[in-house]
Write a protein that binds this ligand. Sequence first.
Ligand SMILES: N[C@@H](CCC(=O)N[C@@H](CS)C(=O)NCC(=O)O)C(=O)O
Length: 213
Amino acid sequence: MTIELYDYVLSANCYKVRLLLSLLEVDHELRTVDFHPAREHRSEAFRRINPMGHIPVLVDDDVVLRDAHAILVYLAAAHDPTGRWYPTTDARVLGEMGQWVSFAEALMSSASAARLHVNLGYDLDVEAARRDAHALFRVLDDHLWFQEKAGRTWLCSPEHPTIADIAVFPDVVLSEEGGVSRLEYPAIRRWCDRVKAVPGFDVMPGVFGLGMS
Ligand SMILES: N[C@@H](CCC(=O)N[C@@H](CS)C(=O)NCC(=O)O)C(=O)O
């Protein structure tokens, strides 16, 4: 059976999943959810698929998963024969990936919230969201700068990207839409370009390939 992804094209969380599906070259079908303006994800019919009323949701045969990060873990474990996107043999790397996936969650209530306010009119304290996003971007930029100094190019220790990079990338690369500039974060900008250069990289509205912006 083909994998199905309940998806909304402008959702950063859905983009994470589409991006990994593309990088892994996994066949799939998109089931478009009219997130805005219809709020279909809150409908009774959709809540039968995900009682939390959130997208994305992935269906792979009898596996039905909600939560973008859980889906990234599953896809990498089930559909990446190289084992590189979610390496499980090194305790340190497992810890690092968990840490950056939690960081990605924090981006949702800051950079992503600011974008939802600007693009979809979500009623929230946008200045607080932007402030929180900048505090997180400072942490991320410092980390990536020290990684570069240590000869590393990705969020975690391996010399190749992992699901941690895919979890963090969308809300970072879309941040300007929420009024969060990346001008002050050169290491973040270099890392974004490295992610875009990974074979199989996919774009979404607002995210351009290398040399396209
Ligand atoms: N922890 C979940 C959260 C997903 C989430 O919040 N998705 C947004 C779309 S990007 C959503 O469905 N929000 C519901 C709403 O705003 O009503 C995940 O990572 O997938």
